[in-house]
Ligand binder design. Structure first.
Ligand code: UT7
Length: 357
């Protein structure tokens, strides 16, 4: 099977993937970590003017995890990474690359991946963060995959980690009921391709910066450096035009899913498990209708964690693998949408041709 079959007009064009047929990039292991503290919808009723019933029926969220004060995104990322490395049977000093997808870094500088590198003990790793909001994990997978396929690196750690509670306006009921904290990680390795290919089969990524204003965290950057005014204006918190975002999320995720499947010559009927970005149950139901797939084909954990932005997909993926919702040989479709706007979809065949892990 060909691993890539993009249309000539695609931004992920054939020229970018030429000559990589001999190698494939496989996930050797996954891991995740969520903070212990649970915040229920009922607790939120005591913080803002909302109700358990509104949150559950409009979003599908029942509770979310909240990191301790003093616990930073890299702390969550480290725990997820340690588990992923252990599951993969890979030592930290084998890592050539660490990419952290996040919109809630420990600091603007240095990058969060460097903090993780230092604590893991991965001296050979090149480290950077990638910011593509809720699509950040799939963007990072795609970047890491191509760095591995280029042949200069062999083993990568890709993390999605967020402490969104630090950037949530707890006075804004439109947003504060939606988000949670957590981290997921995967270990990738470039290996000679088997038949059929096990590992990542295809991916699409895209963006529309014309709609950037609909989902922002405006304060604290070079456009609006932190000042008394930006803090008083609550510009250091996430802002979202929910209804507009909803509409675009459904269309972009459905199109991205179809695009990635088309690229590797599969159809939605070939997919055993869809791991979508977990923003809203109604968004996923609408995607299910557009793709004509039943809801039981989606892996969902939104009810327990809310929207963890870049961490949502890797946490869900790790859970699905651990509880055997994803089994060796399964075709897995991951699909995301987020601020930017950005979107992406990745198709992989889980496990190895040999021992099945
Ligand atoms: O992860 C990145 C991508 N993010 C997303 O995909 C999120 C996309 N958007 C959504 O999931 C939904 O738009 C929301 C869950 C954010 C909002 O749901 P909605 O059905 O689109 O509600 P709405 O914004 O249209 O608001 C409906 C009503 C409003 O009241 P009025 O104006 O009709 O009187 C809101 O003020 O619901 C009200 N409302 C709430 N009521 C109780 C908004 N938030 C709350 C709340 N509790 N927490």
């Amino acid at each position: 099977m060909k691993t890539e079959n993009p249309s000539p007009a695609s931004p992920n064009s054939p020229s970018l993937t030429a000559g990589i047929d001999a190698l494939t990039v496989r996930m050797l292991g996954t891991g995740c970590y969520v903070p212990e503290r649970i915040m229920t919808n009922t607790e939120l009723e005591t913080i803002v003017d909302t109700s358990e019933e509104w949150i559950r029926t409009r979003t599908g969220i029942g509770e979310r995890r909240i990191a301790r004060s003093g616990q930073a995104t890299s702390d969550l990322a480290l725990a997820a990474s340690q588990q992923a490395l252990e599951t993969a049977g890979v030592m930290a000093d084998e890592l050539d690359l660490i990419v952290t997808a996040t919109i809630s870094p420990d600091m603007l500088m240095p990058n969060t991946a460097c903090f993780v590198q230092s604590r893991l003990g991965a001296p050979a790793a090149t480290c950077f963060d990638l910011e593509a909001a809720c699509s950040g994990f799939l963007y990072s997978l795609e970047v890491a995959r191509h760095l591995l396929l280029a042949g200069r690196m062999q083993t990568a750690l890709v993390i999605g980690a967020e402490k969104l509670s630090a950037f949530t306006d707890w006075d804004d009921r439109n947003t504060c009921v939606l988000f949670g904290d957590g981290a997921g990680a995967v270990v990738l390795r470039a290996e000679p391709a088997t038949t059929p290919v096990h590992g990542i089969l295809s991916s699409v990524t895209g963006a529309d910066g014309n709609l950037a204003h609909l989902l922002t965290l405006p304060g604290g950057g070079s456009r609006h450096p932190t000042s008394g005014e930006t803090v008083a204006g609550r510009m250091h918190y996430l802002k979202m035009a929910g209804r507009e975002v909803f509409k675009h999320a459904v269309r972009c995720m459905s199109d991205a899913a179809n695009g990635a499947l088309q690229k590797c010559g599969l159809t939605i009927d070939d997919v055993d498990c869809i791991v979508p970005h977990q923003a809203n149950l109604r968004i996923i139901q609408a995607i299910g209708q557009r793709l004509n797939v039943p809801m039981d084909r989606f892996y969902m954990n939104l009810e327990r964690y809310g929207n963890m932005s870049a961490a949502s997909i890797p946490v869900a993926l790790d859970e699905a693998v651990r509880n055997e919702r994803i089994r060796p040989g399964d075709i897995v479709l991951m699909v995301a949408f987020g601020g930017g706007f950005t979107w992406g979809a990745t198709v992989m065949r889980w496990g190895t041709a040999g021992n099945g892990r």
